[in-house]
Design a protein around this ligand. Structure first.
Ligand code: NAP
Length: 413
């Protein structure tokens, strides 16, 4: 699989908790299903143009294609071949287009499988407005948050049983008769389990705090529903605060301290750590968006909040994302395969392209990332945009997926 790679290309390494990125890294990519091939063809040209412009040939990526999804299933009968998993482990940092979720197959979802196998425990979604993108709110520029969503626990862990199944009936009987809760579970219910651990919470909150410190962000907000779910989401809040105090005490200020002894003014270089109840947070991002910066949250809240925030700044077509673990990361478009547009060179490659910018930041290639972001903004400002943006933008010209990428590349120069 690696025989076509240039001789001087090397794998990204991970030592003492830090990535070691060579000048010619091998980065695997999965083209994706449906519109994935169109999106990848457009995006990779933007990535190569940004790297060439930023580093003038000193740095260059050796792209390595990996098979997964429907295309892989049709070619080999496997949705997620072992060779793909081995390469993802070996090369550590990868980017992917959207994948079809198998219906009725052995794998529940390829994306979930990848997260579990590589232990990509944080779903990271930066949400900020790209100037010129049509948005449903009056001041979309006020929202600039990075959401760290726990990826492995909560009701999304997949521990659930169908109503009337043997397992559900046994569990209901055990809970009702042995644990004797105040409110009994109704017979014949479907049941799911919501595990949230100190381990899962601490590593997620640690990553969010470290990110905020590394990127000069003002605050980290723990978003939870702990007023109701005290021992899961409430513990997420408590463990989060305890971790912040234990490992970052010199750098953080809690909201109580801010008001009790600092007159509401955060000292320079300090990071504010606070928490919000999840439902209030949905109001806050709409009503007081500028007050929030980094959000750390359990899986279910994070899923809803990420998409709601993305919609606020103009939708999923432009929202980048990544799933990150310790020394492993997969960057991905946040939308699906949009199969009805497959092969039409039509859809918006913005999400995949901006996910690439996140990947370059993660690799420490910030110059390439900045060129991509400014290139996207410049392309949008010409109003020559894909159909999804054009239909909301007065005076816009609809261009193809590949032409939108051409516009970004022209702006990169
Ligand atoms: P979808 O593929 O995201 O498409 C829903 C609609 O969103 C499209 O019809 C289109 O809207 C719009 N859209 C999505 N991507 C766009 C883009 N790049 N540019 C412009 N518009 C875009 O959702 P779905 O139809 O529910 O899912 C299809 C398949 O994708 C399923 O197999 C699903 O499991 C999978 N999926 C994969 C991922 C992933 O790999 N990360 C994520 C979600 C879903 P209009 O029709 O209004 O133009």
């Amino acid at each position: 699989m690696t025989s076509d790679l240039p001789k001087d290309a090397r794998a990204v390494a991970f030592q003492d908790g830090k990535l070691q990125v060579p000048d010619h890294p091998i980065l695997p990519f999965i083209r994706g299903d449906g519109t994935g091939p169109d999106l990848w063809a457009a995006s990779v040209r933007v990535f190569d143009a940004a790297v060439a412009k930023a580093y003038g040939g000193k740095r260059k990526i050796a792209w390595l294609e990996l098979m997964a999804g429907e295309a892989s299933f049709q070619a080999s009968g496997e949705w997620l071949p072992q060779a793909t998993l081995e390469s993802l482990r070996k090369y550590r940092v990868a980017i992917k287009g959207p994948l079809t979720t198998p219906v009725g197959g052995g794998i529940r979802s390829l994306n979930v499988a990848l997260r579990q196998i590589l232990d990509l425990y944080a779903c990271v979604r930066p949400v900020s407005w790209v100037e010129g993108v049509p948005a449903p709110v009056k001041q979309p520029d006020q929202l600039d948050v990075v959401i760290f969503r726990e990826n492995t626990e909560d009701v999304y862990a997949g521990i659930e049983w169908q109503a009337h199944s043997k397992e559900a009936d046994r569990l209901i009987e055990f809970v009702n008769n042995e644990l004797k809760p105040k409110n009994k579970i109704r017979a014949g219910s479907g049941v799911g389990i919501k595990p949230i651990s100190a381990f899962g919470t601490e590593r997620l909150v640690r990553m969010a705090l470290q990110y905020a410190l590394d990127h000069g962000r003002r605050s980290v907000t723990l978003v939870h529903k702990g007023n109701i779910m005290k021992y899961t989401e409430g513990s997420f809040r408590d463990w989060g605060y305890a971790l912040a105090q234990k490992e970052f005490s010199a750098q953080i200020v809690r909201e109580e301290e801010l008001w009790s002894s600092m007159d509401g003014k955060l000292p320079a270089g300090k990071l504010l750590v606070n928490d919000r109840i999840a439902d209030a947070m949905f109001q806050q991002v709409l009503l007081r968006p500028a007050e929030y910066s980094v959000l750390a949250t359990p899986n279910l809240n994070g899923d809803y909040l990420s998409d709601a925030c993305a919609a606020q700044v103009g939708g999923l077509g432009m929202a980048p994302g990544a799933n990150i673990g310790d020394g492993f990361a997969v960057f991905e478009a946040t939308h699906g395969t949009a199969p009805k547009y497959a092969g039409q060179d039509k859809v918006n490659p913005g999400s995949l392209i901006l996910s690439g910018a996140m990947m370059f930041d993660y690799l420490g290639w910030g110059e390439a990332a900045a060129l991509i972001r400014s290139g996207v903004a410049a392309a949008v400002s010409t109003k020559k945009v894909t159909y999804d943006l054009a239909r909301q933008l007065a005076g816009a010209t609809t261009v193809r997926c590949s032409e939108f990428a051409d516009g970004i590349i022209a702006a990169i120069g």
